[in-house]
Ligand binder design. Structure first.
Ligand SMILES: [Zn+2]
Length: 437
């Protein structure tokens, strides 16, 4: 629409200077910008399998980076997204993202007079198109998970930014917030991992604004960006999804990061928000393997709403368990607890003791009835014992001593989720996991 309040008319007056004809000229002004589907040629892979590197030139990283490897252009795939059609020109702008110029070097965003953006890797328009598509795609995916208030604004993006630095960032200090991608080494906006990682900062800033404070809390944001990048990659292809920044890094410019890790919390922390990120990202990617992309992503976003300044990874793990309860009645409790406990992110505080477990001095009957809420679980031992019931967060719900060596526990009144029943006889303790559906 025309935003000016000025109006322009053609008037025809008679001899008495009366208006006998009036024509509102602005009724013929340019039509309002409209949504239009366009075809975009993008890198939809974050790494390239061997066939892409068919020549010597394409196997040398620095040559790949300076775009002499022409075969890579053949790796581009056509995808579609909504862009803006305005006055005869298609622009890379929609409800979720606008490709703009606001950081040096000054390179204006590309436009097109036809509904197709086809740029090769050596052209500036390629990064415009790549970032535009992957951000749009990620935002539409987040909406498909049921979240309509995460980065629910048109994020401003400059893909030739930061004065050529080999770095990228999210900046919430502008309205709307901005993403800036540098072009040192490999152009950052060529790599969907970099785009999704930085967008991950925008996701967390929406979920828990202003809480990116404290070393472990900031490590979590880096880890969540790495996690979303790997999750996005792995949904496209199994090839090198664990190499975060597969394309931008893992070369002579910088080593990149990994979302597979054997590190254990907290003793493997180095107080570095980047190198410590693999503890959280690695755990989430294991859970991803157990319960899938959509479920793990949704639980992570849901947990993010409760993130606060200066929180620890252990607190984040508890929120993750809670988020599974909020979204899915805790049905994924078993794999989540297994992965988190193994990593040291949740304290398996009820002392699962393998030695006593194998020579368990008690039997548990009717766990199925407990699960469905139709009957009590029955614990039988040869002597007096004490039973303690804990929830998934390790909070003690109940202590009961069975002098007769027998006890029944009802599950009605318990929320769906995972529970741990610890039984102590004499000086030995053992634990069984109970699930309430
Ligand atoms: Zn980051």
């Amino acid at each position: 629409m025309v935003e000016s309040t000025d109006r322009y008319y053609r008037l025809v007056l008679n001899k008495e200077v009366r208006v006998i004809y009036q024509n509102d000229l602005l009724s013929y002004a340019a039509p309002a910008p409209e949504d239009s589907t366009v075809t975009l040629w993008v890198f939809n892979l974050t790494a390239y399998p061997a066939p892409a590197r068919t020549t010597f030139w394409c196997s040398v990283p620095w040559i790949m980076a300076i775009t002499m490897c022409l075969e890579l252009n053949a790796e581009r795939v056509p995808v579609q997204a909504i862009a803006t059609f305005d006055n005869g020109t298609f622009r890379l702008e929609n409800d979720h993202v606008a490709i703009l110029e606001f950081s040096t070097p000054v390179i204006q965003p590309v436009t097109s007079t036809v509904p197709e953006f086809n740029f090769t890797r050596s052209e500036s328009g390629f990064e415009d198109v790549n970032a535009f598509y992957h951000i749009t795609n990620m935002q539409e995916y987040i909406r498909s998970l049921g979240f309509d208030n995460i980065v629910n604004y048109q994020i401003a993006v400059d893909v030739h930014a930061l004065n050529g630095a080999d770095n990228s960032n999210f900046n919430s200090g502008f309205n709307p917030p901005r993403l800036q991608f540098g072009e040192g080494g490999v152009d950052d906006a060529e790599d969907a991992d970099v785009i999704i990682h930085e967008y991950g900062h925008a996701i967390m800033s929406s979920a828990a604004p202003g809480t990116n404070v404290g070393t472990e809390r900031r490590t979590l944001d880096e880890a969540i960006g790495d996690y979303f990048a790997s999750s996005y990659s792995r949904a496209i292809s199994d090839f090198r999804w664990e190499d975060v920044f597969t394309w931008d890094g893992h070369n002579q410019y910088w080593p990149g990061r990994s979302s597979v890790s054997t590190d254990h919390y907290p003793e493997d922390l180095n107080n570095n928000i980047y190198t410590d990120a693999d503890i959280w990202a690695g755990t989430l990617m294991q859970i991803w393997g157990d319960i899938g992309r959509e479920t793990t992503d949704a639980i992570m976003i849901q947990a993010g709403y409760s993130f606060s300044s200066n929180m620890t990874m252990r607190q984040a793990a508890e929120l993750f368990v809670q988020a599974d309860t909020i979204l899915f009645n805790g049905v994924h409790g078993t794999p989540i607890l297994d992965r988190m406990c193994h990593r040291g992110l949740l304290v398996c505080n009820v002392g699962i003791n393998d030695a006593t477990d194998t020579q368990r001095a008690f039997e548990v009957y009717n766990t199925a009835g407990f699960s469905s809420g139709t009957a009590a679980v029955r614990v039988v031992a040869a002597e007096e014992f004490t039973a303690r019931l804990y929830n998934a967060l390790g909070q003690l719900l109940l202590t009961e001593t069975a002098a007769s060596g027998q006890l029944e526990l009802q599950s009605d009144g318990l929320l769906a989720g995972v529970y741990l029943l610890e039984v102590t006889t004499g000086n030995a303790s053992s634990t069984v996991k109970l699930i309430k559906h």
